[in-house]
Design a protein around this ligand. Structure first.
Ligand code: SAM
Ligand code: DTB
Ligand code: SF4
Length: 335
């Protein structure tokens, strides 16, 4: 018998007054999912998926790096940190026209959401003004808007909301316990602080993590339990497979070798689906390395969103034609 999620009740709350999101997942409960026989896990994930979503529809988001490289942080996975010798330069912010051209192209190719990423610890107020124009412009094209700009300060989330931002991406990335082994320039609590600001400003939350960084299965369970226990859970949950880039500390540590079995990656997607039934679970970075068969298993496990377009931020992604062919083979409808 599986450990069921416990109900979250604040002190003083009666049985009939649960918080909006009542089941709170523990790491143990998610670990029990990850330990199920593969077929049982995928069957449960399919049941949850079909009860909450169109089983054959996948949402398409396109990424654009609006400010590449030169980042002050030391995230061990990231090719854009100034201190990592990855060959990624410190580039200037893109202009509005270049961003809008890219957004138009993404829309023509079939994307419904456009996500603008910046290699910042967080935006300075003078950096935010041009981003607000980008959000307004992309929104006017009829696309959903998303930004990922790092940690936000007082007033910044509200300014983004006012400009029409639909989603803010800010990943917990890994479990609280493992976090310090990957990043030292900020803490897990800083991520939660920004997520709270985004939520309070009324912006949808896009928050997930990276697997394949040498973390344990328990750490993956703890990450999913923490994501599922955000109240409410994130509307979008990107599950990234680490892209190992030469020059990053994680590439040096893992020697470019895959640190997670592909079927364990599928299990992680299935556990995210079960723990966050209403969320869009995005099969994110690393799809090129996973190949078609593993991606198909991820869709079966409940992934219903992808990053679509030839590039992620600075690394590659399957090209649009390859994704169209894969969708055709699987009978998937882009949404
Ligand atoms: N600088 C901001 C921040 O860190 O929140 C926004 C951009 S940052 C590149 C956005 C996310 O990209 C990270 O939180 C991480 O999940 C993901 N990411 C970065 N490098 C990656 C890699 N090599 N493999 C997989 N995901 C990666
Ligand atoms: C997310 O969870 N993954 C995306 C997006 N949010 C910003 C970024 C993936 C980056 C992969 C490595 C790169 O191209 O920089
Ligand atoms: Fe900077 Fe974000 Fe990369 Fe960390 S993940 S080094 S904060 S761009």
């Amino acid at each position: 018998m599986l450990d069921e999620p416990t109900s979250a009740r604040s002190p003083g709350q009666g049985a009939g007054e649960r918080s909006r999101h009542s089941p709170r997942w523990t790491p143990e409960a998610v670990l029990a999912l990850l330990e199920l026989p593969f077929a049982d896990l995928l069957f449960r994930a399919q049941q949850v998926h079909r009860a909450h979503h169109d089983a054959n529809a996948v949402q398409l988001s396109t990424l654009l790096s609006i400010k590449t490289g030169g980042c002050s942080e030391d995230c061990g996975y990231c090719p854009q940190a100034a201190r990592h010798a990855t060959g990624v330069g410190n580039e200037a912010m893109l202009g509005l026209d270049a961003v809008l051209d890219a957004a138009r192209g993404a829309k023509e190719a079939g994307a419904t959401r456009f996500c603008m990423g910046a290699a910042w610890r967080g935006p300075k107020d003078r950096d935010l003004a041009p981003v607000l124009d980008m959000v307004r412009g992309v929104k006017a094209l009829g696309l959903e808007t998303c930004c990922t700009l790092g940690m936000l300060k007082d007033g910044q989330a509200e300014a983004l909301a006012e400009a029409g931002l639909d989603f803010y991406n800010h990943n917990l990335d890994t479990s609280a316990e493992f976090y310090g082994e990957i990043v030292s320039t900020r803490g897990h609590g800083d991520r939660l602080d920004t997520l709270g600001r985004v939520r309070d400003a009324g912006i949808n939350v896009c928050c997930g993590g990276i697997v394949g960084m040498g973390e344990s299965r328990r750490a993956r369970a703890a990450l999913i339990a923490e994501l599922a226990s955000l109240d409410p859970p994130p509307e979008s949950v990107p599950i990234n497979h680490l892209v190992q880039v030469e020059g990053t500390p994680l590439h040096a540590k893992l020697h470019g070798e895959r640190a997670i079995d592909p079927l364990e990656f599928v299990r992680t997607v299935a556990a995210a689906r079960i723990a966050m039934p209403s969320s869009f679970v995005r099969l994110s970075a690393g799809r090129r390395e996973l190949g078609e068969a593993v991606q198909a298993l991820c869709f079966l496990a409940g992934a219903n969103s992808i990053f679509y377009g030839d590039r992620l931020l600075v690394t590659g992604n399957p090209d649009v034609d390859a994704d169209r062919m894969l969708f055709e083979k699987l009978g998937i409808t882009p949404a």
